[in-house]
Write a protein that binds this ligand. Sequence first.
Ligand code: ADP
Length: 397
Amino acid sequence: MNILVINCGSSSLKYQLINSKSEEVLAKGLCERIGINGGAIIHQPADGEKIRWEKDMPDHTAAVKLMIESLMDEQTGVIHSLEEIDAVGHRIVHGGEKFSSSVLITDEVQREVEECCDLAPLHNPANLIGIRSCKEVMPNVPMVGVFDTAFHQTMPKKAYMYGLPYEYYEKHKVRRYGFHGTSHDFVSARAAQILGKDRKDLKIIVCHLGNGASVSAVKNGESVDTSMGLTPLEGLIMGTRSGDMDPAIISFISKKEQISAEEVIDICNKKSGVLGLSGGLSSDFRDLAESAEAGNESAKIALDTYAYRVGKYIGAYAAAMNGVDAIVFTAGAGENNSQVRQLIGQYIGFLGTNIDEEKNKLRGQEVILSNEGSKVVTMIVPTDEEMAIARETERLV
Ligand code: ADP
């Protein structure tokens, strides 16, 4: 089965065409600056060169058409007709309390996803546009929605409730949802496989450390807690997001700087995290690690503060599960940045992680970092959200 995986943003569309049997990525690409001047598609077939084609796309339907053209093009193509696309899997950010697993997309499902737009105003509308555009161009192809929030729907009430008046939960569904669920699910399942154990018998902490970052506690195969909340702003310090902070800071800064609460939240999303902590140096962990090594104090402070927060969450989740068998690092910085892992390692040694310094220098591959016989196994498991979406899509279709 050939499955087209779509991740649609407000002005971009990422895609991968995956053969679900061989799990081979046949082609992948990105349409950027949709609806803005200067649009382009970057397309790469598995065994060919990456090409960039400048072409304005007035809307997402134009982007979907351009993607299909590239997939079927004589030179860059990997299929000959639309018939060779058996199903489309869409990444959808927020499924609210409605979706605890992936679903076949029907008109009813689309309506329900629309109802979740309030909870993810930047993401869900764009995901819906992607679904509608694909339906327009491929009306007969079955489509599946895979939600970032779904895996965390198993969290118990004590983990997802805020200490706020209960009526806000009842009236407005204000609660913790968590994100990156597809990744936490994929990575914890793979970690159990590598350890040769059933995930149902394990307590796993997954640290998904990308630009956006979250930690999850996966007990007996189910997410029982995760660090992101109502929105992806809660939890860890991230590339540009503040993570946890005293909510009173919002009105405090708003008064002091004479800006609105919305503007403060925007700063918390886009100008904070390690970018803000490093005095605007960079949100990228490669830059920060290099600068820290060269002696830059603000880069060191940013990395230390970041690692300390991750360490605290790992400690908290070991308590939440009353123990931990494995701690897994994944996503951009988790997979690739040994300095970040080493800094986090300082705080979790008491659990019996026993991380090997040499093994910790490895990156981007499945590897067990702990020395043999350690009480808790630490490991790197690269995430693959597109493959996870393709598997879910195949399962449902
Ligand atoms: P997202 O998908 O959330 O945009 P990624 O998972 O791609 O983010 O992670 C991006 C982060 O990973 C960046 O901060 C980047 O510095 C870090 N990263 C990616 N590759 C490397 C590498 N080779 N070495 C060190 N850090 C890396």
